[in-house]
Design a binder for this molecule. Sequence first.
Ligand code: PEP
Ligand code: MN
Length: 468
Amino acid sequence: MGAPSANSNGLGNDINKTSGWTPDSWRSKPIKQCPDYPDLQAVKKATSELQRLPPIVHPHEINKLKEHLKDVAQGNAFLLQGGDCAELFDYCRQDAIESKIKLLLQMSLVLIWGADKRVVRIGRMAGQYAKPRSSPFETVDGKQVPSFRGDILNGFALDERKLDPQRLVNHSAATLNYIRAAIAAGIADLHRPLNWGLGHVKDPELKAKYSEAVRFLTDMLRFMRTIGADKSDKLDTVDLYTSHEGLLLEYEQGLTRLMENPMYSGDDTEKKMEYYDTSAHFIWIGDRTRQIDHAHIEFFRGIANPIGIKVGPTTPVADLLELLRTLNPDCEPGKITLITRYGASKVKELLPSHIRAVESSEYKRCVIWQCDPMHGNTRSTETGIKTRRFNDIFSELQETLRIHNEEGSYLGGVHLELTGDAVTECTGGSEGLDDDDLSTNYTSFCDPRLNEKQALELTFLVADHFRQ
Ligand code: PEP
Ligand code: MN
């Protein structure tokens, strides 16, 4: 890379494209879900600490993910994204991290078998600590207390509900460090037999189908071991990228850096400098913070990372194109993932018009359509437990696949809340959990997650769709 050219200020062209943008220009816009920190001095101290820390992820990795996502947008790869609804600092533990990596790997093998495409994996991990809430307060035992807003803002324990800015300096780097170490050491390698544990599947037809897939995958892995193909660099390790909702802009700004795009191959006398949000590879905008003229969109329009946007029943068709034109004015394929989450009962009515608006515009085959079948299907049991029915989740996913087929667009991915642990948070699936079983092992501090068996089962169902 040579010296920066004089006529571009050494900053390349991209900086100018986002006119009027600075890492803190979001501060002059109206904002939703904003924490009302009582001690602004403490916030300043914590954010300057963040600014001094090295980036958590590197632009090289972010750009590599962007290349993969381009393939997804063009229909040549599939995106699997999953993890906790609310990641806790306490999940920064070897077992919790390993079980999630293993589950995502196992699911991706099933998808490769089913879709016959490369699978791009992104965990909701190493930073998924901030949660939007419908109200800043909740009632616990008859008393009004501040809501739990995710570990980066406050603690779940009632005596930790006060917002604490020191939580901005958190466990994401340690979590990502172990993800990288475990992958480099071969946790995700294909040398070890996987435990598919299908004993719970009672339906003989379903069981036969899953067993066929597992037999195929096991044979394939054995064959690769035999011929030594598993020793090649490509197969020894896997890529696992990180993501979270970019809700807390103090945090995102604190980790945003002007850095050189290491993959830029233009005129070699010119560097391409871009702003990277180094808190994660992929960051998404939540359903409650995607107002066009508000702070979150302002912040996101200036960063080079790939971006997700949650799209739901409250997204007007007209907003979609405006969002795309603001966040991806150059129509970079794969830059934006539209994460659709309508609910099983609404998807049929709402998804087709969203698809048509985008696919008949300059963004045709440019966005990634990803289905989040979780967030439109949350319900409360009679005793007030937050849960989701496996059948609703599956039905939204199945309808979404069908509608994309019908509209000639490509469903490029799924976005799931899941855990590698044997939790009982969603009902249904082959284990046949019902409302009364939920209390057996309900450990989520926010939304209900699919357990390992339910997550695998859903993956088999998606794989099956692609094979038909
Ligand atoms: C989430 O993904 O945990 C979430 C809050 O989703 P949404 O913004 O779609 O409601
Ligand atoms: Mn959630």
